[in-house]
Design a protein around this ligand. Structure first.
Ligand SMILES: [Zn+2]
Length: 209
């Protein structure tokens, strides 16, 4: 796909990899153009996402242009550490991980209607980390309060997990991710996220409402 900027409702971001092919982050097309201009893009994958035109060269009369691929690998040190690091925990990423379902009642909510529930409450020694947090609607969060699950007889509908970097990048760029970018990231997913794709249809034990 080769497109101009005004063909996108939401301008896609470019997936930046290190030279070894490990995904690093999303960058804007402007940052990608800078990397191309500085000749830091070593190789690329995916479709041509954008063609950006520059000025006309006085000597040749030719107009400069840069083709921006949807996935680019840039020179620099190997970012093995960042690939294995735990992605930062944010509500936006958490709700995306849990597909905007309340992990207790199984109902789907908007981000503004969800809360970050600590499975083992902070007050009971629980940590604020991926494996101890779940998306919960306000009703379920209030109902659970400072209780442990067995105390309030509530059950999690899916076990909390820590997304790897590829999963995290997919979760935090949903809505504007290009097909080839998603295919690339999906090949690096842990199996958990793949298995969760349709878990919304498998919920059981809904709380009485
Ligand atoms: Zn709920």
């Amino acid at each position: 796909m080769l497109a101009t900027l005004d063909q996108f409702v939401r301008i896609p971001r470019i997936l930046r990899l290190d030279i070894a092919g490990q995904p690093l982050n999303w960058i804007t097309w402007q940052d990608a153009v800078c990397l191309y201009a500085r000749e830091l893009v070593v190789w690329s994958l995916g479709d041509l996402a954008l063609r950006i035109y520059g000025g006309i060269c006085a000597a040749s009369g030719q107009r400069s242009m840069i083709d921006v691929h949807s996935i680019i690998a840039c020179s620099g040190r190997i970012h093995a550490e960042s690939y294995s690091a735990t992605p930062p925990l944010s509500n936006k990423a958490l709700f995306a991980r849990d597909r905007n379902f309340c992990m207790y009642c199984g109902m789907k909510y908007s981000d503004s209607q969800l809360t970050r529930d600590h499975v083992v409450p902070i007050s009971r020694g629980g940590a604020d980390e991926w494996t101890n947090v779940a998306a919960a609607c306000r009703r379920c969060n209030i109902h659970k309060g400072d209780s442990l699950l067995h105390e309030c007889k509530m059950e999690l509908l899916a076990l909390p997990y820590t997304p790897n970097v590829a999963e995290y990048l997919a979760l935090t760029n949903s809505g504007r991710i290009l097909g080839d970018q998603l295919n690339f990231l999906e090949s690096r997913f842990n199996t958990i996220l793949s298995e969760r794709k349709d878990f919304g249809h498998e919920f059981v034990n809904p709380l009485p409402r």
